[in-house]
Design a binder for this molecule. Structure first.
Ligand SMILES: *[C@@H]1O[C@H](CO)[C@@H](O)[C@H](O)[C@H]1NC(C)=O
Ligand SMILES: *[C@@H]1O[C@H](CO)[C@@H](O)[C@H](O)[C@H]1NC(C)=O
Ligand SMILES: *[C@@H]1O[C@H](CO)[C@@H](O)[C@H](O)[C@H]1NC(C)=O
Ligand SMILES: *[C@@H]1O[C@H](CO)[C@@H](O)[C@H](O)[C@H]1NC(C)=O
Ligand SMILES: *[C@@H]1O[C@H](CO)[C@@H](O)[C@H](O)[C@H]1NC(C)=O
Ligand SMILES: *[C@@H]1O[C@H](CO)[C@@H](O)[C@H](O)[C@H]1NC(C)=O
Ligand SMILES: *[C@@H]1O[C@H](CO)[C@@H](O)[C@H](O)[C@H]1NC(C)=O
Length: 810
């Protein structure tokens, strides 16, 4: 009976997952009949002609009634879509060939499936268009022949290429995703440095529908190589995400929201955060710089002129070529300018010389056309030979570059103006505000403490359950041991999923005593039962109002589960980052204080000090009265007692943006890591904005850095969540100051959590914090793990997610 049910389930699942529209042989779409299309059963994807200009059409698969083109018939070599006139047709012929035919009758594209047994075509709900034989085996598919876009559930494997103009994305055997210019210069890479162990068996990348770009290979137990996250990952049910190789050389994840096709499409992740570091973005001899945080292209000096005055990206050329200029060549000196030097490039030589030699060596060398001295301490001087020179100019670049020009070098008008002005009044303002806050907070603390005392009393009243579950009493400390079968029953076969954390999925369950619990199915635990029990004992020995309570556990065979109290109000991120959910200021401030108290307890008051390692809004749960409860503590150690990093990397989902710089730099982990993450969360509590979000409103900076500069200007209002109708401005300033102290780059400068509580409560003074440094900001999932599970080579990505790690670049 059970077997039959399972079979039925399997059958159902199978048929649902392969739901597709069948297109019989022969079938034809005509460019002239604009509304002809082949659509997936749920109509989310359709294959049809799309009008590009008055008289040209491309054949494309679009998402949501033409909203997003996810595939098109393209030129195999260049990646450009192939256009036909209004007489064009797209035909599936009786012999199995699929052809795009121009009005004149010429075949402009062919699937190369003639007489190979194609019996029909299909398009399914995932957007895959396939040519299949009688056995249902695909002979050709759009998923296997991508153009410039990758959509959820589509595999990107070795040999596949996403292409856009001179730029391409490919995957190599060691498991790295690479962005290349002209198939040669690699200017960005994301992946697993497995060169030590050589090639992986079958690496692939896939964009999950929740917005995570993940690398997979069967040779890894967890299956995961690496990942990147869209800023809205996990959010929204009707958000369609796709990865596109854009014509500007950047690789982006886009989110298209709205269910009717009218939704807007926004980029939510970019591989190269600094667009000017995309090789060749401004063409040969073009110089990229920023104006109002937009990249613009220009020429090095008036010795040059743009190749196309209407399109700076085409590059520049000398007004007088060097060949026509014997004996009159000089070196144009460009301050704050670098010529991008991504290493596998051949058209350059490297020397360790000073600035004078970097200039004169190039001048004297017949083959050198330009040179760059990277003033990063390495003393590298790169000499460029003719080929392609891609420049980047920016106030903060320490590099100096030289370019050979004919005759006298003429500079453009001042390249950058110094706009740094300081507001002298600010210090005084801050001091005044701080004093006011202090007084107010003292009063507030009395109220809050009173409230909590009352709450504590209230929560102890419950407790009338069967013998076994009496152990679960708040004070007992002994966790209940469940059998796997018991948990299976109480969760109805793990049917009601509450969420998916870094450590595994969480399911809702009801114990026989009707207590509602959250059951966490741990994944990737390597420990034996004895060790597991010891860690469980440590976790369950924690008792604090602001920590989620561990009710019990299960350790049976390879099953490792933890049973927690169930909290009805979900996690803090829901309240902070979803538009129509919000907490008022009083609740937010209490959540901030509660979280700080929970962490203080973990760090300073527990018998065995616990470093959380993964503080983020997702791990702060709220109960009915919005009391903060920190969850997932102790799990880092549980997963890997020797190296807590490994674990957090596995759960890097929400961790991104909250990780302390020393964590990323592979330095020792202390409780100050949690302080950093807490500071990030605290700022988000005030602002309702993800700190790692970069937007136009924040002048293209990370929110946290922008917030600091706004704060410096006295513009506190700009930082505070717009949804908050009323705030206690003293508390707000206090919270902001504390957050800036917590996110200091130097761990020693960050306060202990106990002091954080005191500062928030207002019992001690808060000094003015120094600026958090931008260099510590990590903006993409650009992290790398070595095979033994340690984190390495992160610093190269941490300081710049753009430069490939093999390159000293700028
Ligand atoms: C296309 O749409 C128009 C009106 O929108 C309709 O008159 C015409 O019959 C349609 N043609 C096809 C082939 O469906
Ligand atoms: C595209 O080009 C590759 C090699 O450049 C070739 O192997 C492949 O068969 C081509 N595909 C089609 C459909 O022409
Ligand atoms: C299709 O035909 C038009 C003229 O009818 C021509 O301009 C265009 O280049 C052709 N397209 C291809 C891909 O051959
Ligand atoms: C992607 O690759 C995996 C592993 O090879 C495979 O199981 C899965 O069916 C593939 N998905 C598609 C849509 O081809
Ligand atoms: C692109 O690469 C090819 C061969 O790898 C080379 O011949 C060509 O000159 C390169 N293009 C540019 C603009 O450098
Ligand atoms: C990895 O594979 C490439 C070809 O796919 C081969 O040239 C190379 O030698 C392999 N490396 C190792 C370490 O096996
Ligand atoms: C990868 O490992 C090799 C060998 O240990 C090393 O030479 C190379 O620099 C590493 N690359 C990165 C990106 O860490």
């Amino acid at each position: 009976m059970l077997k039959f049910a399972l079979f039925l389930l399997h059958f159902l699942f199978f048929t649902i997952s392969s739901s597709s529209t069948i297109i019989p042989l022969p079938s034809t779409l005509r460019a002239s009949a604009r509304n002809q299309s082949w659509s997936s059963p749920d109509s989310s994807f359709s294959l049809s002609f799309v009008q590009i200009t008055q008289s040209s059409f491309i054949l494309a698969i679009t998402y949501n009634a033409g909203n997003v083109i996810v595939w098109s018939v393209s030129n195999n070599g260049t990646g450009d879509s192939v256009a036909v006139d209004s007489g064009g047709t797209f035909s599936l012929l009786p012999n199995g060939a699929l052809r795009l035919i121009n009005g004149s009758g010429s075949i402009v594209w062919d699937s190369a499936t003639t007489n190979r047994g194609v019996s029909h075509a299909s398009i399914d709900d995932s957007g895959n268009f396939q040519l299949l034989n009688n056995d249902g085996f695909p002979l050709w598919s759009s998923f296997e022949n991508p153009t410039d876009t990758l959509i959820p559930s589509q595999n990107f494997t070795v040999g596949k290429i996403l292409r856009s103009g001179s730029y391409s994305l490919s995957l190599d055997r060691p498991g790295n995703l690479n962005l290349k210019w002209n198939d040669t210069v690699e200017y960005w890479s994301l992946g697993f440095n497995s060169s030590i162990n050589g090639n992986l068996s079958s690496p692939r990348f896939m964009l999950r529908s929740n917005g995570i770009l993940v690398g997979l290979d069967p040779s890894f137990p967890s299956g995961m190589i690496n990942m990147a996250f869209s800023t809205d990952y996990g959010e929204g049910n009707d958000v369609f995400r796709f990865l596109r190789m854009d014509a500007d050389g950047n690789l982006r994840i886009y989110s298209a929201s709205g269910n009717s096709g009218a939704g807007n499409v926004t980029p939510t992740w970019a591989a190269v955060t600094d667009q000017c570091r995309v090789f060749g973005f401004c063409g040969d001899m073009g110089i990229c710089s920023y104006r109002d945080s937009n990249p613009i292209c220009g020429c090095p000096s008036r010795n040059f002129e743009p190749i196309d005055v209407n399109d700076g990206r085409k590059g520049c050329k000398r007004k007088v070529e060097l060949e026509d200029c014997p004996g009159d060549v000089s070196m144009l000196q460009l301050e704050h300018t670098a010529f991008l030097t991504y290493l596998p490039e051949v058209s350059e030589q490297t020397f360790i010389v000073g600035i004078v030699a970097c200039r004169s060596n190039c001048l004297q060398s017949g083959s050198c056309i330009a040179s760059t001295l990277v003033a990063d301490g390495s003393g590298f001087c790169y000499m460029k030979t003719p080929g392609f020179v891609s420049g980047y100019q920016g106030e903060v670049l320490p590099s100096t570059s030289f370019v050979k020009v004919c005759g006298q070098a003429v500079l453009n008008t001042p390249l950058y103006q110094d706009t740094s002005e300081k507001d002298n009044d600010l210090r005084l303002q801050v001091v005044v505000v701080v004093v006011i806050v202090l007084a107010t907070l003292l009063a507030l603390v009395a109220v809050v403490t009173g409230f909590w005392c009352w709450f504590y009393r209230g929560s102890e009243k419950s407790g009338h359950i069967s013998a076994k579950y009496e152990l679960v009493d708040y004070a007992s400390g002994a966790p209940v041991k469940f059998s796997y079968k018991e948990l299976q029953q109480s969760t109805k076969g793990f049917s009601e999923k509450l969420g998916e954390g870094g450590f595994g999925a969480v399911y809702k369950g009801t114990l026989p005593n009707r207590m509602v619990v959250a059951v966490k199915q741990l994944e990737g635990i390597e420990q034996g039962e004895k060790q597991f029990r010891m860690e469980v004992a440590t976790i369950s020995s924690t008792h604090h109002l602001n920590l989620v309570r561990l009710v019990g556990f299960c350790s049976e065979g390879r099953h490792r589960l933890l049973v927690y109290e169930f909290l009805r109000n979900s996690s803090l991120d829901k309240f902070l980052f979803t538009p129509n959910e919000s907490l008022n200021w009083e609740n937010r401030f209490n959540v901030a204080l509660g979280t700080a108290r929970g962490l203080t307890y973990l760090h300073e008051e527990c018998r065995d000090c616990i470093i959380h390692c993964d503080i983020k809004p997702e791990n702060i749960l709220l109960d009915e009265v919005h009391t903060a409860k920190v969850s997932d503590f102790g799990l880092a150690k549980l997963m890997n007692p020797k190296d807590q990093r490994y674990l957090s990397l596995a759960s890097i989902g929400g961790t991104r943006g909250y990780l302390a710089p020393e964590w990323l730099a592979n330095l020792p982990i202390t409780s100050k890591c949690d302080v950093y993450s807490y500071g990030m969360v605290l700022l988000e509590i005030v602002s309702g904005t993800r700190n790692f979000e970069v937007s136009r409103e924040t002048d293209g900076k990370k929110f946290s850095l922008w917030a600091y500069s706004e704060f410096e200007k006295g513009n506190v209002e700009a930082i505070v969540d717009k949804r908050l109708a009323e705030v206690n401005s003293e508390q707000v300033v206090r919270a902001i100051l504390v957050s800036f102290w917590c996110i200091q780059e130097q761990p020693s400068q960050r306060p202990m959590m106990g002091k954080v509580v005191q500062m928030l409560e207002g019992v001690i003074d808060i000094e003015r914090p120094p600026a958090p440094k931008p260099v510590t900001e990590v903006t993409s999932g650009g992290t790398t793990m070595t095979l033994d599970g340690n984190v390495s080579a992160i610093s190269t990505y941490a300081t710049s997610t753009t430069a490939p790690s093999s390159s000293p670049s700028l």
